[in-house]
Design a protein. Sequence first.
Length: 85
Amino acid sequence: MNPGASPDLISAVEASIGFRFPAGFRELYMEINGFADFLIYSHTIGFVKTQPGVFKKYGGGEYFFIAVSFLDAVKLINANSDLIY
């Protein structure tokens, strides 16, 4: 896991995309700014603007709910949970 991003960096990204991230997402990225994983490009993990929670998505497919918060998602990643993969 990469070191956390600064609040200023997160704010700059938000300004550049015209969207404020949910509080849990900001908190996660202040702790961990990205991951290195052996399943690079197999799927994405993130949020959906219109729905609460964290989701995974394979390619152009549908979104699957995996966790209530990004910190919960990190716990699933660290536990090597099947919900992540």
